[in-house]
Ligand binder design. Structure first.
Ligand code: MN9
Ligand code: PYR
Length: 320
């Protein structure tokens, strides 16, 4: 049995779902995309069909095909492929969970249902448990993203006793800025081997201090190499260097956030940086504007993010 798996750690790129100009999924670039992540960004784990992948905007059949393509193309190249299988319909979620197991994915993740919502911890756990049970041999991750789901049940509360209900529970993807909640998740589960994956890329360093064991995010698609340098500096206990890297990353994210930053903009930036066409997003998202892409490109250049030269203490002021 494949369970328990090697612990998921380090950077996990939340994959974009490439699309053609007429809105169909562009499966043909996924192989290239895998190679790009591994070779150019040093990122060997992926999180498929999540927020960045527009997972909730795809049909179940598309989600199955996308998951399958990433697993196939990632074989012998990627360490772990986690499939997000959250859906409003428990049945669909279970179908996707079972499918993830069949294709040999390394884990599944689930968000809280966000239209008819669970209002208590016990109800949310019951929902998650039913999904996890459809893939009993796969590590299960809860994807906490309260700002998007509107389900604000604290992660710390949810984790309390979770193994009794979900024996495959293996970790948390925490996409929120509440470091009290995050820290308490870590503190109260020290005896477990859970993965604590932080999901707010611009604040990762603070989460590392709080005990994060890894990170899942959209920016690791194109800032993976820089972020890996930050992780390395942190590992070496060179905190001032780590902070320099985080500030450098923040300068870029802060710049694009002010212009309006989301999945559409992530698609545009990734196209620019990787040269792999990600295409437009699907409705209700709108394609990023030309002005956005031009400004983002200029900022990337001024921060030296396009040439991937090593960041030295000395060139930090460039472009700030
Ligand atoms: C809401 C959202 O998509 N969050 C992503 C992951 O959870 C992050 O990777 C952000 O895109 C990133 O932190 C930039 O704000
Ligand atoms: C960022 C992230 O984890 C997601 O796109 O789901």
């Amino acid at each position: 049995m494949a369970f328990p798996k090697k612990k998921l750690q380090g950077l996990v790129a939340a994959t974009i779902t490439p699309m053609t100009e007429n809105g169909e999924i562009n499966f043909s670039v996924i192989g290239q995309y895998v190679d790009y992540l591994v070779k150019e960004q040093g990122v060997k784990n992926i999180f498929v069909n999540g927020t960045t992948g527009e997972g909730l905007s795809l049909s179940v059949s598309e989600r199955r095909q996308v998951a399958e393509e990433w697993v196939t193309k990632g074989k012998d190249k990627l360490d772990q492929v986690i499939i997000h299988v959250g859906a409003l319909s428990l049945k669909e979620s279970q179908e996707l969970a079972q499918h993830a197991a069949e294709i040999g994915a390394d884990g599944i993740a689930v968000i809280a249902p966000f239209f008819l919502k669970p209002w208590t911890k016990d109800i949310l756990i019951n929902f998650l448990k039913e999904v996890a049970a459809a893939a009993p041999a796969l590590p299960f991750y809860y994807y906490h993203i309260p700002a998007l789901t509107g389900v604000k049940i604290r992660a710390e509360e949810l984790l309390d006793g979770i193994l009794d209900k979900i024996p495959t529970f293996q970790g948390l993807k925490f996409s929120d800025t509440d470091l009290l909640d995050f820290g308490q998740c870590v503190d109260q589960n020290r005896q477990q081997q859970f993965a604590f994956l932080f999901g707010v890329d611009e604040q990762l360093l603070s989460a590392l201090v709080m005990g994060a064991t890894g990170a899942v995010g959209s920016t690791y698609n194109y800032l993976g190499k820089k972020t890996n340098q930050m992780l390395e500096a942190f590992e070496q206990k060179d905190f001032s260097l780590a902070l320099n890297y985080q500030f450098c990353i923040q300068r870029f994210i802060n710049f694009v956030v002010k212009l309006g930053f989301g999945v559409s903009q992530t698609k545009a930036i990734m196209t620019l940086v990787s040269g792999i066409p990600m295409g437009p997003p699907r409705l209700p998202l709108q394609k990023a504007s030309r002005e956005f892409t031009d400004s983002a490109e200029a900022k990337l250049k001024s921060l030296d993010f396009l040439s991937f030269t090593d960041l030295k203490d000395g060139n930090l002021e460039v472009g700030s």
